[in-house]
Design a binder for this molecule. Structure first.
Ligand code: C2E
Ligand code: MG
Ligand code: MG
Length: 869
């Protein structure tokens, strides 16, 4: 800066000396001022350059983090067996959209503006801003969809997602795409034709502001490429024509603006003082004073500049600490030399505790040693990310994503620096998703996926794996509880069953729920029949205990099918299938039992399954017919009653008798609709026959257990207007065996309707006499086995005589069924049986034939009567 000296002559030699002195001091002062100003400008420039660098660094970091987060997120959706099942073929819209597995929440909670499932030819599924639409992705996305799909599917590692920027509805967006593949052991090369999941994250101003504020960036926005000021840091977004920019803080310029006014004022004062000095050159002491003052002012200005510098550094520190990441620096020996204050907030450790320590002591990575990784970065002069774990101050394990970059001094590496983002929540969320996909939401038990994975792992060594037994369990009587008391009761039962199963098993066994009332127990290391039998006894016993629901005891049972790895193979799906077949067998053997798989069951069960399907079909398509067999007075001539006997007019196998299909109908609950049909059809038909002919209909014990028989009978009587007094129900004593008290109540209620009750097949059960006394029967039918042998001289005749005597003593009508010969009829007549039924008099015949028979028998009786009179 030039200083104009006043051109005032100093006549005395003393003054000349003073003038020279003044000029020297003035020059020195000017030099000092110039040095101060250039230092200040230097500092300002350095600050601005640093700001530029930081702005660029954090802008890049902000978008990189967004990309990484989006890739992680899409992986948790795309690398998922359930998603593969629902999306790789035809889309399961219910699962994807209605149940919100790939639907609205991705927009409302996660901010994805678009979700697409694509294959090589088309868009299979599209959700835009939470709404499912029939849109082709190419109409909204600038990037060609086919190229995107191809890029994902042609990667060497299919599990890797890709991302890029593209225009979405005309605005820049982050596009992340990943192949939809199962997270099981399937070889990836078989999945090259799977579909691709695409997430679109539109970079709206609001989102960008939020992303920027996390990194201390002000006003992070998108700007068309041509309009960016030269030298302004920017992050170009691929070919979208836009770049990301954030406002610069320019701390250097701010510093200058704060210092220029006081400095200018100081110089002005100094100039005035200098002028004053020359005017009063003689008063040199005063000149010195002025100079000192000026120096002091200059010092103060410098001090201020220093303060400003410190304030600016403080500001950067604040930015660093406000970020969620902590910043670290190590020297070339990997000893920590710097940790930002955020480190103590996240980890709970004071920074001082770790400064000077090896970073490897703090962080570990299970895929690579940290040191090796850092050294590799310096060799390649690149930056990188690594997932690490550590224990925080309270000993809790935490996860962080470490990013690092080598620090160079000239050409040698003097250390490394970077950030560490805490991703503990992200890892936990991922684990949670994994858990949900492997567990049943209601009971918390492992589900089918988990079971398959567990079996694959345990059976991988084939014959060298530990012996394993797979027990498939199906609850008996669960459906009626669920149907009559509602889902809350059903859920409570399932939860209690899950608890009991867990209690019955050991820690290293697996209990899983496959859905509905089907559970699986895998007994690890156990395959002796003896041990398994004991286990099943305990298990069935435990499930048999009543379950309390709102103070009501609910009763269920269980049937178990068992497959053993050592005997039946090491393929998980086969074992499950075999156990299922054995379960089917256990159910038909009578419930509350268990059954081991045997090879021959496969075919049997296949045929039975087919039969079951046919039976259902038959009910729907009216393939059943009733035949009628008359019952006579013991003379064998007077028809007193007729028994309805069901047959199945099978489309391919012809007319089938009830022995072929009734047992199956009883096991599958089809007996209920079938029984109702028989009753209605029989009543409607018998309405046309004379009023004095009774009608007998057989009721199965299963109908007692599975439906409200009283209500069923009442409804048919009311609707057909068939008189209850003409209806006889035939019941075998098995009814009493299952639920003695319940059966008695039901029978009393049936009696109250006005119908008659006959005990069928008398003599084949266990304690028939006891039942006869206690139950309200009107008659008994002696089983045909006894009748077949009464004429052969065995003691069966004595048994039949005893039954007749007993029945009569109790006031019951005694019928003998299966009378096939004249001789048998004669004996029964002699022994004073009341009524008879059998092929000798008439086989079961269809309704037209029975009507004819009835007419003929009436005619012959009338004519006989006529002849007699
Ligand atoms: P059940 O109630 O004891 O019926 C008598 C069975 O004996 C009938 O067989 C009948 O055809 C047969 N039978 C009659 N007389 C003679 C004879 O002299 N000699 C021989 N050997 N057999 C004779 P079917 O029609 O095959 O019925 C078998 C069983 O199926 C019935 O035994 C009954 O328990 C059941 N059943 C038939 N229809 C129905 C039905 O609609 N509902 C239910 N729940 N069970 C039915
Ligand atoms: Mg019968
Ligand atoms: Mg019978």
């Amino acid at each position: 800066m030039a200083v104009t000296l006043p051109a005032q002559p100093i006549p005395t030699p003393q003054r000349a000396v003073t003038r020279r002195l003044a000029i020297a001091v003035g020059a020195l002062f000017v030099a000092g001022v110039i040095a101060a100003i250039s230092t200040l400008l230097g500092i300002a420039n350095t600050l601005d350059a640093k700001d530029l660098e930081q702005n660029q660094f954090y802008s890049v970091r902000a978008v990189e983090n967004r990309i990484t987060a989006s890739k992680n997120y899409i992986t948790s959706y795309a690398y998922w067996t359930r998603a593969y099942e629902a999306l790789s073929g035809p889309i399961d819209v219910n699962w994807a959209y209605t149940e919100q597995n790939m639907g609205k929440t991705l927009f409302t909670s996660d901010g994805y503006d678009g979700v697409f499932v694509l294959d090589r030819n088309r868009t299979k599924y599209a959700v835009i801003r939470g709404q499912m639409v029939e849109t082709d992705v190419s109409s909204v996305l600038q990037a060609p969809a086919s190229a995107l799909v191809e890029q994902v599917l042609s990667q060497p590692d299919l599990t890797k997602p890709i991302s890029r920027y593209s225009l979405f509805e005309g605005w820049p967006a982050l596009i992340t795409a990943a192949a939809i593949i199962p997270n099981d052991e399937r070889p990836l090369d078989e999945l090259r034709n799977t579909s691709v999941l695409v997430f679109v994250d539109k970079l709206t101003p609001t989102k960008l502001r939020k992303i920027g504020s996390g990194y201390g960036l002000t006003n992070l926005t998108l700007v068309p490429d041509g309009t960016i000021e030269k030298g302004h840091p920017s992050v170009p977004l691929d070919s979208t024509g836009y770049s990301l920019v954030a406002d610069l803080q320019r701390p250097g310029q701010q510093l200058l603006w704060t210092l220029v006014p006081p400095l200018g004022a100081t110089f002005l004062v100094l100039m005035l003082l200098t002028a004053y000095f020359f005017r009063h050159a003689l008063r040199s002491s005063q000149y010195v004073d002025n100079s000192i003052h000026a120096m002091q002012a200059s010092n103060q200005a410098l001090e201020k500049a220093n303060h400003a510098l410190e304030a600016s550094e403080e500001r950067f520190r604040a930015v660093a600490e406000a970020a969620s990441d902590w910043i670290w620096e190590v020297d070339d020996q990997l000893a920590l030399t710097y940790l930002s204050a955020r480190f103590s907030e996240v980890t709970g450790y004071p920074q001082a505790l770790w400064l000077g320590q090896d970073i490897g002591e703090l962080l570990t990575c299970d895929t690579t040693p940290l040191e090796l990784w850092l050294r590799k970065l310096s060799e390649e002069n690149s930056a990188g990310d690594l997932r690490c774990t550590y224990r925080d101050h309270s000993g809790q394990p935490r996860h962080c994503r470490l990013s690092a970059r080598p620090i160079f001094d000239k050409d040698s590496v003097v250390g490394y620096r970077g950030t560490a983002s805490d991703i503990t929540d992200e890892v936990a969320a991922h684990a949670q998703i994994q858990h949900l996909s492997m567990h049943d939401a209601l009971t918390g038990l492992p589900n089918r996926n988990k079971l398959a994975r567990y079996l694959d792992e345990v059976l991988i060594l084939k014959e060298h794996s530990p012996p394993l037994s797979l027990l498939m369990i199906d609850l008996d009587n669960f459906k009626p509880i669920n149907d009559s008391l509602g889902h809350p009761a059903g859920d409570a039962v399932l939860q209690e069953v899950a608890t009991r199963l867990r209690e019955c098993t050991r820690e290293h066994d697996l209990v899983a729920r496959l859905g509905g009332d089907e559970f699986v127990v895998v007994l690890n290391g156990m395959d002796s029949h003896n041990e398994i039998d004991k286990f099943c006894t305990r298990l069935i016993g435990s499930l048999h205990q009543p379950i309390l629901y709102e103070q009501h005891p609910l009763h269920i049972g269980a049937s178990v099918g068992i497959a053993l790895s050592r005997r039946h193979g090491f393929v998980a799906s086969d074992l499950i299938r075999y156990a299922d077949i054995a379960l089917y067998q256990a159910k038909s053997d009578g419930k509350n039992t268990w059954c081991y798989f045997e090879a021959h069951m496969s075919d049997q069960i296949q045929t039975r399954r087919q039969m079951e399907d046919d039976l259902r079909h038959a009910l729907k398509h009216n393939e059943f017919v009733l035949h009628y067999q008359p019952r006579y007075k013991v003379d064998g001539k007077h028809i007193v009653s007729v028994e309805a006997l069901v047959r199945w007019q099978h489309p391919t196998q012809g007319l089938l008798g009830p022995d072929v299909f009734i047992p199956l109908a009883e096991q599958t609950d089809l007996i209920v609709p079938l029984g109702r049909w028989v009753l209605r059809e029989a009543c409607e038909t018998a309405l046309e026959w004379p009023h004095d002919i009774l009608l007998s209909v057989n009721l199965s014990p299963a109908q007692f257990a599975l439906s409200d028989v009283v209500e069923d009978v009442r409804e048919v009587l009311v609707e057909t207007r068939f008189p209850a007094s003409r209806l006889e129900l035939e019941i075998t004593e098995n009814v009493m065996l299952n639920d003695t008290d319940g059966a008695l109540t039901t029978m009393n209620q049936l009696k109250e309707l006005g119908v008659r009750l006959n005990m069928d097949d008398f003599g084949t059960g266990y304690s028939s006499l006891g039942y006869l006394r206690a139950y309200p029967f009107d008659g008994i039918k002696i089983d045909k086995r006894f009748i077949a042998s009464i004429s052969s001289g065995t003691n069966d005749r004595a048994v039949v005589q005893a039954i007749i005597g007993l029945g009569k003593a109790m006031g019951l009508t005694v019928t003998a069924e299966g009378v096939e010969t004249e001789e048998q009829l004669a004996i029964l007549g002699k022994d004073q049986c009341n009524e008879v039924q059998g092929y000798f008099m008439s086989r079961p015949i269809d309704k037209a034939a029975f009507a004819d028979l009835l007419r003929a028998s009436r005619l012959s009786l009338v004519s006989k009567k006529g002849r007699v009179t």
